[in-house]
Design a binder for this molecule. Structure first.
Ligand code: FAD
Length: 318
């Protein structure tokens, strides 16, 4: 079932969902299951599975020689989506990236998703590769998420690439896209970024999931600005509980988000990461309760593959 159908069916009740990351190559899927298991009591209608970008690794060939190979450290997004769907009877949302994929590869991936009964996809550009300063489109791939949304939307209309086949069967993907309450790091202004978000919605996106934020006012202002700008699809807030002290530097640096002074002060006072984790959980509970009271469609949690803190939050909120 589509994410938008789940929201409609909930009839104003806030739903619980979360995002997981695939295990590192060579690890078992069991650890992932053991982190999903405790969260299933909160009846998530859908679970997102991220896709990681490929990266270069250097293999020592001896005598000072290095062999450069390209690899994906956390492969398996679509397979994991199918496995979770099958095991838990829950909808899954694979994240589909522009970066690292040609349009043809994207088409094959979408065909796989369609055959597997996956009804939702999250269309994202992806970040630059670790050695790049800026995002560069992959040869034969898309430059912006809006182009990827158009490709998925074309498939929904039965238009495959290169028009070599007469398609008598259409996909019917519900398409999610990313939104940034504090603007995307590369965008010159919040307004320009909103304009880009509108392009994604006009291209066929059905809903938006936001980047993490720690001050609900940023989300409420963003939703209002988006509505004023004519963006009329559900905007799902993304919540991340702070878990380690290093997040104080890391999160603003990587995601260009601000942390509220009170939260920073509370974390500064912590002696151990266990204390930090507790502050993060309490903060996320307060954030979630306020968002729930405001009637958001879904509270979507970034679990980073670990569920204990998300469960503590959900226990208090749902
Ligand atoms: P876009 O919408 O393409 O925007 C990228 C930038 O380009 C923005 O600054 C935008 O303003 C600008 N822009 C857009 N269109 C144009 C245009 N026509 N002309 C000029 N500028 C334009 N990353 C991963 O690698 N894997 C994941 O699984 C993943 N999941 C995510 C889930 C969520 C909910 C979010 C919020 C982010 C996720 N990301 C993930 C990170 C995301 O890939 C990065 O934030 C990326 O830098 C931007 O992706 P986007 O889809 O928002 O890009």
């Amino acid at each position: 079932m589509k994410v938008t159908e789940h929201i409609k069916k909930a009839n104003g009740k806030t739903l619980f969902s979360f995002e997981i990351i695939p295990p590192k190559k060579g690890n078992s899927i069991q650890e992932l299951y053991s982190n999903i298991d405790p969260l299933m009591e909160f009846n998530p209608p859908f679970i997102d599975v991220t896709t990681s970008r490929e990266q270069y690794v250097y293999i020592d060939k001896g005598e000072g020689l290095l062999d450069r190979k390209i690899t994906r450290m956390r492969p398996g997004t679509v397979g994991i989506c199918a496995a979770i769907k099958h095991k838990y009877d829950v909808d899954t949302v694979p994240h589909v990236l522009c970066g690292g994929f040609s349009k043809e590869e994207t088409e094959y991936l979408l065909v796989d998703c369609h055959y597997l009964g996956i009804d939702n996809v999250m269309a994202l550009r992806g970040d630059a590769m670790s050695h790049q300063k800026y995002f560069e489109a992959t040869k034969g791939g898309h430059k912006y998420a809006s182009e990827l949304v158009s490709q998925i939307q074309n498939l929904n209309c039965g238009n495959y690439l290169h028009d070599v086949l007469e398609a008598d069967h259409k996909s019917n993907f519900c398409i999610g896209v990313a939104g940034y309450p504090e603007k995307h790091i590369e965008a010159p202004s919040l307004m320009t970024d909103l304009k880009r978000l509108k392009q994604k919605v006009d291209a066929g996106a059905d809903y938006v999931v936001t980047q993490m934020f720690f001050d609900n006012k940023k989300y409420f202002d963003f939703v209002k600005a988006a509505k004023d700008y004519g963006i009329n699809v559900p905007i799902i807030p993304g919540i991340k509980p702070i878990a380690i002290k290093k997040h104080l530097q890391l999160l603003p640096q990587v995601f260009k988000i601000d942390l509220p002074e009170i939260l920073i002060n509370e974390i500064d006072k912590c002696q151990t990461n266990k204390d930090v984790r507790q502050v993060g959980v309490e903060w996320a509970i307060q954030q979630s309760k306020e968002l729930l009271d405001a009637g958001v469609p879904v509270l979507h949690y970034y679990s980073m593959g670990k569920s204990t803190n998300i469960k503590e939050i959900a226990d208090k909120v749902f």
